[in-house]
Design a protein around this ligand. Structure first.
Ligand SMILES: Cc1ncc(COP(=O)(O)O)c(C=O)c1O
Length: 385
């Protein structure tokens, strides 16, 4: 009897999507639900990007592009690294992909040997462990907490690295915590992974959405690091499904072969649209929105603390607050479900992000207006009372 491969038993559902389904069902019954569960900016894609897409479709530019992406877009991304970070990255190392998800798929398809171990943070972005598992690797979670700002350290690498370890995949700023690695920390981690003969991958998808200082890129720590990026978050193009990766030169040919076979090419209209993403008028829109995210974060952090949530992770970036709710409940999953049913506020239980203290935490996204955040706080206050 045909059945799914055995590895599927290790692929967990994305709990937040199930919560979202319930939230939508409640909305269909006429309830007003405040969405703070989904990791997606509420702002529409900036108008210059949409205009570029319209123009390219009107001009009939809708055929496959090279598997590594439109040469002009790869050049534009290289120029962006030079302008924004002062880092020189040749366009030849840039691979345009179907979102950061496509980049992670290609990088891990290229690197993961069956049975090899890959270090990830716990809590962390849930899909990463499933990507690794899908390629028959073994994800190994490093439990991280407030003592290391929910980020990995060299001491963690020493503790968790063994003969089967092939590499590490970290994110800065991270999902669900919003915490960041600074330049020195990135450099030290890169050296430690290199010394062990391993491969470092850094997910920089939340770059641009940082509220105290700009996030440094891991590309400055060496040209042997894979960096994953996306047009989804800062550029607010989630549904366009476009991102990129910067790969070490020696891997580009293998990644090109994989990209040709797995995807043929990234979306053509999305790539033409993204050519307008780095234009000064687009950046001006994005920077104004970044400021709005900062105001929301500051508002929400203060209000949550007043309600009794503990903000053990410093939310330096992304658009999430990872809050310790143990003073309010002993089960964040039940808390999130009841909060949705009773108060109409959707948040994500810690369960989605790993096995390290998930019942004590919830992730709250500030991807809605300050007015709605204020309404949500009022509802949570009444719910707790
Ligand atoms: C840390 C992280 N990496 C990757 C992704 C995938 O994003 P996309 O494929 O839309 O670029 C997400 C989405 O939430 C994320 O939070």
């Amino acid at each position: 009897m045909p059945r799914s491969a055995a590895r599927l038993a290790d692929i967990a559902p994305f709990h937040v999507m199930e919560l979202l389904t319930r939230a939508k069902a409640l909305e269909a019954e006429g309830r007003d639900i405040i969405h703070m569960e989904v990791g997606e900016p509420d702002f529409p894609t900036p108008a210059p990007i949409v205009a570029a897409a319209r123009e390219s479709i009107a001009d009939g530019r809708m055929y496959y592009t090279p598997a590594l992406g439109l040469p002009a877009l790869r050049e534009a991304i290289a120029a962006f690294y030079q302008q924004r970070y002062g880092v020189t990255v040749p366009a030849s190392r840039i691979v345009v992909t179907a979102g950061a998800s496509g980049a992670l798929t290609l990088a891990l398809a290229c690197l993961v040997e069956p049975g090899s171990q890959w270090l990830l943070t716990d809590p962390g972005y849930p899909c990463n462990r499933h990507f690794i598992r899908a390629f028959e690797g073994q994800p190994v979670g490093i439990p991280v907490g407030a003592d290391s700002n929910f980020q990995p350290t060299v001491a963690h690498l020493e503790q968790y690295w063994n003969a089967q370890t092939a590499g590490a995949l970290f994110a800065s700023p991270a999902n669900p915590t919003g915490t960041m690695l600074d330049e020195g920390e990135l450099d030290t981690l890169a050296r430690a992974v290199r010394q062990r003969g391993g491969q470092l991958i850094v997910d920089e998808i939340y770059h641009g959405l940082t509220y105290e200082c700009d996030a440094p890129t891991a590309l400055a720590a060496g040209d042997d690091i894979f960096v994953v990026q996306s047009f989804s978050k800062y550029f607010q193009m989630t549904g366009w499904r476009l991102g990129w990766m910067v790969a070490p030169e020696a891997f580009v040919r293998d990644i090109e072969k994989l990209a040709q076979n797995l995807f043929i090419s990234p979306s053509t209209p999305a790539q033409h649209a993204a050519l307008a993403a780095f234009a000064p008028e687009t950046i001006a829109i994005l920077e104004a929105r970044r400021n709005e995210f900062r105001l929301r974060r500051d508002f929400l952090a203060g209000e949550l603390a007043a309600l009794g949530f503990r903000l053990s992770a410093r939310p330096q970036g992304a658009f999430y607050i990872y809050a310790d709710c143990s003073a309010l409940t002993d089960d964040s999953d039940r808390f999130a479900r009841e909060l949705l049913e009773v108060a109409g506020v959707a948040i994500t239980p810690g369960l989605d992000f790993g096995t390290h203290a998930p019942r004590q935490h919830v992730r709250i996204a500030y991807t809605t207006s300050i007015d709605r955040l204020g309404e949500a706080i009022g509802r949570i206050r009444r719910f707790l009372a």
